[in-house]
Design a protein around this ligand. Structure first.
Ligand code: ADP
Ligand code: NI
Length: 215
């Protein structure tokens, strides 16, 4: 592994030391590993994929008063301070700016196979067993209800509504998690997403059955 990647691992671990459990170093590590696995089936710049995966949540807007510029700026300062080369740097920043879901209605401002890979890798960590754990952890962190049968999911959330949502955590499955399998970019990403999607569907079946005292 080259020096800038090793230095960046250390930087990200330090920056995310007190992060919420779903957005901590282990999330970054899983996304990085997912990205490496997806990259095997694609022709891409491995260094850009690794650095973008490692830096994609370095300062998530959710935890910085909604400011979407802090993450890209922190990543840029880090890379510049390490003398990182200009063209690759701009590509990495563009990936970080475009990776997030934000309700799914916001168009990308950059296209590349490296963005496809990192976005799929991040989305995989939002679904399946890990996705379920992260979602309830975030809901708890935000003092949200687990479920409220009276509050219906909203399937047409604008970016602003999505970010401002205070809905019960189960709603997030319908507002984001179950939508992701149809939005994967790469062949490997699609295959892995399908398996994780099915697991969430059976989790929800069991959840409602237990809620209604049927099991
Ligand atoms: P994006 O910005 O791409 O949607 P986020 O960082 O907002 O990604 O979401 C990452 C994960 O955080 C989600 O997959 C989910 O587990 C959790 N999360 C985010 N928003 C909510 C929410 N409103 N309710 C429950 N979990 C959430
Ligand atoms: Ni992420």
């Amino acid at each position: 592994m080259n020096d800038i990647i090793l230095l960046t691992i250390d930087f990200v671990k330090r920056q995310l030391k007190n992060a919420e459990g779903g957005h901590d170093w282990f999330h970054i590590e899983r996304v990085w590993k997912n990205a490496e696995a997806i990259s095997k089936g694609e022709s891409c710049d491995a260094e850009i994929v690794a650095l973008a995966a490692l830096l994609h949540d370095i300062a998530d807007a959710k935890f910085h008063g909604g400011d979407e510029t802090v993450g890209p700026a922190t990543a840029r300062n880090w890379l510049v301070s390490n003398g990182y080369s200009e063209t690759k740097l701009e590509h990495i920043i563009a990936i970080i700016q475009n990776v997030s879901f934000k309700g799914g209605s916001v168009a990308r401002t950059h296209e590349s196979i490296e963005l496809d890979i990192v976005q799929d890798a991040d989305r995989l960590d939002a679904i399946g067993a890990i996705g379920i754990a992260r979602t309830f952890n975030y809901g708890g962190f935000k003092h949200r209800a687990i479920y409220d049968p009276e509050i219906e999911p909203n399937l047409n959330l604008s970016k602003e509504d999505y970010k401002a949502s205070t809905a019960p955590t189960i709603n997030h499955f319908y507002e984001k998690l179950l939508l992701l399998k149809d939005r994967m970019n790469t062949k490997t990403g699609k295959e892995l997403a399908l398996e994780r999607h099915r697991f969430m569907e059976s989790f929800l079946d069991q959840f409602y059955a237990e809620w209604n005292g049927l099991r």
